[in-house]
Design a protein around this ligand. Structure first.
Ligand SMILES: NC(=O)c1ccc[n+]([C@@H]2O[C@H](COP(=O)([O-])OP(=O)(O)OC[C@H]3O[C@@H](n4cnc5c(N)ncnc54)[C@H](OP(=O)(O)O)[C@@H]3O)[C@@H](O)[C@H]2O)c1
Length: 247
């Protein structure tokens, strides 16, 4: 039953794709980003300018949503985060901190603010966080993001244990490479697109819609008996050996 959903990272690739899907499903939306301004439907959407990587920003985001719609959001899609690819030995302390702040701190504070208000209202709900294939399998030069996303996966499991009895579901999706504003720079070389696609058993890289449609489903009633799961959306990458059989 569509209701009120909050999407963080709403200005990004996955956030925008999810916005379209949830609007089509009938949700009202609180769209959160540090520079969020325009919304696709002013009647049903609220733009919230907050940095949810801070505790205050996350709490303010939920408060602004409640002020406008009169209820706390029953669905949270936490799409805020950053793609950071650099070998460990060349990653500066500042880059590491920034990667953890954008990915892990934001998930921790945002999920906390969401759950707190849901508990105050006595409502059940559903949250979906975004991990990465790099948290499950070793991918070179992904050390900082692997640390951050592995933290998110632990957060999903512990929060499931804490809040399942209150009817609050917590899951994550774990995408492989999706072509969005965050990754466009990796597609610039002459053969980059083919090389990236060739890494995936299904023969293509991902789109924002691949992750967004899984998130939308996890938020829906159709997934009402699913919690504590990390679901890969990675063209099969994390489940097969790296050598792909050629026919
Ligand atoms: N693209 C991929 O290949 C890929 C692969 C695996 C996982 N992921 C994960 O998928 C999620 C979405 O990625 P995407 O490709 O859609 O990235 P994106 O287009 O860069 O969108 C991410 C959004 O997060 C917001 N953001 C960044 N830092 C923030 C912060 N500190 N506080 C609040 N918002 C912040 C930004 O919005 P504002 O600037 O408006 O705040 C940005 O628009 C991320 O968690 C990413 O790590 C992506």
């Amino acid at each position: 039953m569509p209701e009120l959903a909050m999407i963080t990272g709403a200005s990004g690739g996955v956030g925008q794709a999810l916005t379209q899907l949830l609007l089509a499903e009938g949700y009202d939306l609180a769209l959160v980003g540090r520079s969020m301004e325009e919304v696709p439907d002013a009647e049903r959407c609220l733009a919230i300018r907050q940095d949810v990587s801070t505790p205050e920003g996350a709490e303010n985001a939920v408060s602004e949503c409640i002020d406008r719609f009169g209820v706390s959001p029953g669905a949270l899609a936490h799409c805020a985060g950053m793609v950071f690819i650099k070998p460990l030995h060349r990653t500066t302390p500042a880059q590491y901190r920034e990667c953890l702040r954008a990915n892990l701190d934001s998930a921790f504070f945002m999920l906390g603010a969401f759950v707190r208000r849901l508990m105050d209202s006595g409502k059940s709900g559903s949250a979906v966080l975004v991990s990465s294939v790099a948290a499950k399998i070793g991918i070179a030069n992904h050390e900082a993001v692997a640390v951050a996303k592995a933290g998110i996966e632990g957060l999903v499991r512990s929060a499931t244990a804490s809040y399942a009895s209150r009817g609050i579901r917590v899951n994550a999706v774990a995408p492989g490479m999706m072509r969005t504003s965050a990754t466009e720079r990796f597609f610039s070389g002459p053969h980059a697109e083919e090389q990236i696609a060739a890494q995936y058993p299904l023969g293509r890289y991902g789109s924002a819609n691949d992750a967004a449609s899984l998130i939308a489903w996890l938020l829906s009633e159709e997934a009402s008996w699913i919690s504590g799961q990390i679901i890969a959306v990675d063209g099969g990458l994390s489940s097969v050996r790296p050598v792909i059989k050629k026919f």
